[in-house]
Design a protein around this ligand. Structure first.
Ligand code: ATP
Ligand code: MG
Length: 570
């Protein structure tokens, strides 16, 4: 590390890694892994784990991080998810180089090691039904009961296990179990299952197997086979660590490597859910348009919404790594995005709620080209052309007949305002619909000496955004709000579920919004600051006739006030 590099984050896991390195443990190596199960798309919680595992590898000269698909559940997994995960990890800015693995790569080895456990008397084939296994397991307060199969000889177990593999038994007829302790206070140690019979075609191994290893058996062995030094996982695995260690201890003579499992707390975000099971429900129920719906907390949804990889990495580094509950307000994530886009996003003008303005003294057939900077502080971002014309649109919220207070620095009847990058106009008259009395048009006059300049002695308080009516284009603008109405969507009445708390107004679509012509040329995925309105990202479903912009985030945190008034954090 050079002195100019930002100091690396410090947390209890990085401290352990540093101590291990200093003590010469693991031969001076640091090898981590990010182990997603390909049963859904990655979400913001996964980003925390990715940034931790890949981050630690990057910060250390000997560091390596593996990407490993924990694919032991063929029924729930799909190739589509594998491709999406690869894309998302890359997009977030991390590179697994040649270290891409699948737990299914180890199915032969896992099978062999299961036979070793059987031969050592550490595992047995159990003939209890799933229901019986449950009742034999006992409860938190009562010990379990031994399975009648528990004391079968290794020969009988080996024979049954081989016949399980050969497909002689129907699904669920037998399981292979570790022989540990049915009275253990830790239920995970009460002879947990290691293998089950499941006739399912696997996305990697096809129909080669009709038995599949259980996650707990697979995970530690995969870590050991890959030479992982620090196996970092979320806190719900703390109670599984004794099993992780038990399996690796029993197989010590075979594996000769025993990684250290360390747990940290999961990230939870207010007003959303980060559980693949719940996210799948939203996709399947068509509550959202797909995994990449911009309201989803998935990486693909956030990307489509306009989030940058930098903003998400920055967020992950700010929330840190601890063992205490990690419930974060969504406005904190939004703040990270705002901060990044403020520097990066080009400025442009768009009108969400148009009101026509006719500038009476502006020549009817005149159109002026005005050059405006793309970014007020960054000349490197170039310039764009605006078109000034006799008829323009402004935002309805930028006009009031009478100023409600001194703070209202927008257009008022009889007063002046500056059009951003253009002239000063004065409102002369308000035209209303004779039936509804709604304001339909403003009649204004402009001062031709004021193009981007203030003639001496003249004070114009406000600046508003505008778009030429004749030269502007039209766009569809999608405004997103919280997906749920409760900070903790799981807070439900008895018998309900998290979908009871869905926000019915999480998407509002505005059509025919006037936009600056330069925006039509934007590439999908490009993000702009619509001046005075917010940050908007061009949607990949845009067409030439119908450009679509997703609101990534508003300019200010409009939720701060609301949440301080009672939107309590979990
Ligand atoms: P989910 O509950 O969403 O299905 P999972 O833990 O089953 O999540 P995996 O694909 O197994 O999903 O997760 C891969 C890695 O990401 C694991 O190491 C897991 O601990 C970590 N991870 C998952 N969710 C979070 C989260 N919310 N915060 C931090 N790390 C997470
Ligand atoms: Mg999991």
């Amino acid at each position: 590390m050079t002195e100019n590099e930002p100091s690396k984050p410090i947390d209890f896991i990085r401290t352990i890694v540093a101590q291990d390195l200093a003590a010469g443990k693991w031969d001076g190596k640091v090898t981590t892994r990010f182990p997603p199960e390909p049963n859904g798309y990655l979400h913001i919680g996964h980003a925390k784990s990715i940034c931790l595992n890949f981050g630690i590898a990057l910060e250390n000269p000997t560091g390596v991080c593996h990407l490993r698909f924990d694919d032991t559940n063929p029924e729930k997994e799909e190739e589509e998810y594998i491709q999406a995960i690869l894309e998302d990890v890359k997009w977030l800015g991390f590179d697994w180089k040649e270290k891409l693995f699948y737990a299914s790569n180890y199915f032969d080895k896992l099978y062999e090691l299961a036979e070793v456990l059987i031969q050592q008397g550490d595992a047995y084939v159990c003939g209890l039904s799933a229901e019986e296994v449950r009742t034999y397991r006992g409860t938190l307060t009562e010990p379990g009961k031994n399975s009648p199969s528990r004391d079968q000889s290794p020969q009988v177990n080996l024979d049954l296990f081989r016949r399980m593999r050969a497909g002689e038994f129907p699904d669920g007829r037998y399981i292979l179990r570790a022989k540990i302790d049915m009275a253990s206070p830790n239920i995970n140690m009460r002879d947990p299952a290691l293998y089950r019979i499941r006739r399912a075609t696997h996305h990697q191994t096809g129909d080669k197997w009709c038995i599949y290893p259980i996650y707990d058996f697979t995970h530690g062995i995969s870590d050991a086979l890959e030479g992982i030094t620090h196996s970092l996982c979320t806190l719900e695995f703390e109670d599984h660590r004794p099993l992780y260690d038990w399996i690796l201890d029993r197989l010590e003579s075979q594996l000769k490597h025993h990684p250290q499992q360390i747990e940290f707390s999961r990230l939870a975000l207010d007003y959303t859910v980060v559980s693949k099971r719940k996210l799948i429900t939203l996709v399947n129920n068509q509550t959202v348009s797909g995994w990449d719906d911009p309201r989803m907390p998935t990486l693909s949804g956030l990307r489509r919404r306009g989030y940058t990889p930098e903003s998400i990495r920055h967020f992950c580094s700010r929330i840190g790594i601890t063992k205490s509950p990690n419930n974060v307000e969504i406005s904190f994530l939004e703040g990270c995005l705002r901060e990044d886009l403020e520097k990066k996003a080009k400025r442009a003008m768009a009108i969400l709620n148009p009101l026509k303005v006719v500038i009476e003294n502006y020549p009817e057939d005149q159109v002026e080209e005005i050059t405006a900077p793309n970014h007020p502080q960054d000349p490197d971002q170039g310039e764009r052309t605006l078109f000034m014309s006799r008829e323009i649109y402004i935002d309805r919220e930028d006009f009031m007949e009478v100023a409600p207070n001194k703070k209202f620095k927008r257009l008022v009847l009889g007063q002046e305002v500056r059009l951003r990058n253009s002239y000063v106009i004065r409102c002369e008259e308000v035209i209303r619909d004779p039936h509804s009395a709604e304001i339909t048009q403003l009649r204004c006059r402009y001062d031709e000496t004021t193009l981007n300049a203030n003639p001496e002695g003249r004070k114009v308080k406000g600046v508003i955004h505008w778009v030429s009516a004749s030269k502007g284009h039209k766009a569809e603008i999608r405004l997103y709000d919280r997906l749920f109405t409760k900070a903790n969507p799981d807070e439900v009445d008895e018998g309900g579920d998290f979908t009871d708390n869905l926000n019915p107004d999480s998407l509002k679509v505005l059509k025919g919004c006037p936009i600056e012509p330069s925006l039509s040329q934007a590439k999908p995925g490009e993000t702009f600051q619509f001046e005075r309105v917010g940050y908007f990202c061009k949607d990949p479903d845009s067409t030439e006739e119908n450009p679509i912009f997703n609101r990534a985030v508003t300019l200010r945190d409009s939720w701060a006030k609301i949440s301080s008034q009672g939107g309590r954090r979990r």
